[in-house]
Write a protein that binds this ligand. Sequence first.
Ligand code: GUN
Length: 283
Amino acid sequence: MCQLFATPVANQIQGEVKKRVDGFRQLHNRPPKLSVVLVGNDAASQIYTRRKGELATRLGMDHETILFPANAIPTHVREQVQRLNEDPLVDGILIQRPLPKSFREEEVLYWIDPSKDVDAFHPLHAGELVLGIPTLQPCTPSGIMELLAFYKISVQGKLVCVVGRSPIVGKPMATLLLNSDATVIHCHSKTPNMGKLTREAEVVIIAAGKPGLIGSAEIQPGAVVVDVGIHRNSDGKLCGDVRFDEVAPIASAITPVPGGVGPMTLSILMRNTILAAEQRAQL
Ligand code: GUN
């Protein structure tokens, strides 16, 4: 069994991003800038947004986090996003999820100008992804494709099972795999006999958001297992959607939690930000 650690892949991507950031600064006499909008005080979101800012700074980018209280009026947040859309010095904008219940996700998806939408959640990007048109791609699925490619795991012609159908991970993941010539089985909470389907697959990508959902009974010996879940168990230890100790011995390759998918997401976010800056400079 081989563990698919993110560190070497993330380092490589971040090194490339740093070079592109340096080039952008020389050419345009300013750094690319990422603006993060954080509403409320979700503890995990506070950690994630801080990490995004720290990494942006380390790679030479400008960064700001704009905070709103949990009871913020959605219209006020939308007006702030509109100001960021219009600010020529801002290249990338991100609204951290989850948002408070007063926000309607179907509306928020349209707020960020697509050219600055570094999460690639805008319906325009979702459509382009389905059509196979080169575009900004959602960070986690794109990071998983990079992780597999780095470890020379091809999905072409393989039977790949995706568990979970969120608009952020599961759906774009299945689309990217299809675009890379995989045969995709897509399972979700209403799939009967899910274990029978996951066991068929040579590669299984689990983004169900359910701690310990997948054990050795659900995995074919020799399969590649990618775990997108991140949870804290009763001992305070981080764990995924996969029961690692059970599955690792039978898998040919598996992502650890933490240290697998998570750092990939962050690296692709940085790459999307420099890409958005470069593309906007050509508009
Ligand atoms: N919350 C969980 N994942 C993500 C993500 O990729 N982007 C944003 N903005 N919020 C998230």
